[in-house]
Design a protein around this ligand. Structure first.
Ligand SMILES: Cc1cc2nc3c(=O)[nH]c(=O)nc-3n(C[C@H](O)[C@H](O)[C@H](O)COP(=O)(O)OP(=O)(O)OC[C@H]3O[C@@H](n4cnc5c(N)ncnc54)[C@H](O)[C@@H]3O)c2cc1C
Length: 230
């Protein structure tokens, strides 16, 4: 049994650049040639005025490894997203489980909806780490036992917790990615700050970095508009 505190995010395929946004915006009335010096201003104009469709003419496919509880939240993003996730019916799941890193805040203070997260003390950490390890090991042992008894994978997996890692391909465009990032990152500069689960934010932050490399002007315009998706 292996324990992890991180997530994996890779950009496996991309057809995405700032030029594509400019071309999509201009094609309807000017043809496709726009000097790149104008691109930054135009992209900011589109973002500011919520002209969203020029940001859809691109595609990025991410490979993501994260605990299943992250994917449960991720798959709620329906529009402009395609998913394929590893199957626990067709393959035996690997014994890889999530335990939060010590930098994660683990204690909730305040009422539901308005609570803040604070760091745990040493004893609380020992509970989180010790009981998680115990529970994961036992669950995986029971899973293996059921498989040894000839039980189908799709039934045996019922005993596994949502802290087990899964993997998926997620394909989106820049517009759907921005809608996702607005909700799944915790950024004080945002016009509408969100308080996402830390673990999905860890995925979102890496996706944003990879996207920024592909579409730096668009990513900057999103920041300029205080992370309001067009
Ligand atoms: C901090 C946080 C806490 C959350 N807590 C909970 C929770 O406790 N329980 C829970 O169930 N979910 C929860 N969610 C999930 C949330 O309700 C959304 O399902 C999720 O964020 C996906 O957002 P979305 O619907 O905007 O995305 P998408 O499905 O990608 O939709 C994008 C946009 O398309 C439009 N759209 C999509 N579908 C429709 C439709 N059927 N009708 C009209 N317009 C549509 C909307 O404008 C929408 O914003 C939480 C999300 C966050 C960020």
């Amino acid at each position: 049994v292996r324990f992890r505190s991180d997530v994996t995010v890779k950009l496996v395929r991309s057809l995405a650049d700032d030029e594509g946004v400019v071309q999509a915006a201009r094609v309807s009335y000017e043809g496709e040639n726009t000097p790149s010096a104008e691109a930054e201003g135009l992209i900011n104009f589109l973002m500011r005025n919520k002209h969203g469709s020029p940001f859809e003419h691109n595609s990025m496919t991410f490979y993501i490894e994260a605990p299943i509880f992250v994917f449960r939240e991720f798959h709620r993003h329906r529009i402009g997203w395609s998913y394929n996730e590893e199957s626990a019916r067709y393959k035996k799941l690997e014994p890889v489980f999530y335990i939060p890193g010590r930098e994660r805040k683990i204690v909730q203070e305040g009422k539901a909806g308005t609570y803040t997260m604070v760091s745990g003390d040493e004893e609380q950490w020992e509970y989180v780490e010790g009981l998680s390890e115990w529970s994961y090991k036992n669950s995986y042992r029971m899973y293996t036992r059921l498989l040894e008894e000839g039980i189908a994978r799709e039934v045996a997996r019922n005993v596994l917790p949502t802290g087990i890692y899964s993997s998926m391909y997620a394909t989106c465009n820049a517009r759907s990615l921005m809608a996702f990032l607005a909700l799944r990152t915790d950024d004080p500069s945002a016009a509408f700050p969100s308080k996402p689960l830390r673990e999905i934010a860890m995925v979102a932050e890496q996706m944003e970095d990879l996207w920024t490399e592909q579409m730096p002007l668009t990513a900057q315009a999103f920041k300029n508009q205080r992370r309001v998706a067009p």
